[in-house]
Write a protein that binds this ligand. Sequence first.
Ligand code: 4FN
Length: 246
Amino acid sequence: MQFGVVSLFPEMVRTIGEYGVVGRAEQRGLITLDTENPRDHTSDVHRTVDDRPYGGGPGMVMKFAPLAAALEAAKGRLPEGCPTVYLSPQGQVFDQSMAKRFALLPGLILLAGRYEGIDERLVESHIDEEVSLGDFVLSGGEVAAMAVIDAVVRLLPDVLGDDESAAQDSFMDGLLDHPHFTRPEEISGHKVPDVLLSGDHAEIARWRLKQALGRSYSRRPDLLEKLDLTDEQQTLLDEYLKEQRQ
Ligand code: 4FN
C-alpha cells in the first residue's frame, strides 16, 4: 500500500516510517511512505503557505494554491483509486472499522493541516473524506495522519508476525483487552490471578474472554453495543457482573 502525506513538517511524518511495525513494513517493501511539502509548491520569494483569514480574526489559514499543487503532486505518484483524506476535527471519527476499509485501498493521500486549517474551497475541490482522531485540540494534523498510517499498516497482509496476527483476528475482536501479567508472580502483595498459573488453557481462555467482556461493559459500553454477543459471551458477562457484585 502506498501512502502520500502532504505536510509542512515532512520530517515529522517520516519518523513514523523509522520505527517498529511501520518501519519494518517499509523496509520490506510492503508499503511506501512519501511526503509532499506545500512550501515546495510556492513561487514567491518568501515561500508563503499561509495568509490572513477573510472576515478577520486571529490565526492564519493555509493558502489554496500551494496545497492544491502539493496534493496533485502526491496523487500523481500514487495509483488510480487512492482517495484524499483531510485529517480534521470536522471529520468522521476514525475507528478500527474505518482502518479496515482503508487497508483495502491501493493507497491513501493524507493532508495534515496547520494554523487554523485550510481554505474551505480545497475541501470542495480536492478532499474525498474528512477524518478526525477525536475531540481535542491539536497543533497540526501530522500526529493524526501518523496514527491512521500505523493503524492501517498493521492490517495489511504479511505485515505482522504469526503471533501478532493471531492476537488481532481473535474472538475478542472489538473488545477491550483482558488484563496482562508477567513475572514476578507477586509485587508488593499483588499476586497474579491463580487461573493464569494453572496451565489449564481452556479455563484461561474463558477467564480472559470474561475479563474482556466485563471491562468493555463497564468502561466502554459503546464498544459492546456494536457487537452481537453469542449466548456463551452473554453468560460470561453475566458471570463477571455477578462476581463484581459479591
Ligand atoms: N486540529 C476542536 C475544535 C476546533 C479546532 C480544533 C483543532 C490542527 C489545523 C485543525 C484536531 C483533533 C483531532 C485532525 C479542535 C485533528 C485535529 C484531529 C486538527 C491545525 C486545523 C487543527 C472541538 C475537536 C476540540 C487545530 C475540538 N484528527 N484545530 O484542534 O487537525 O485529525
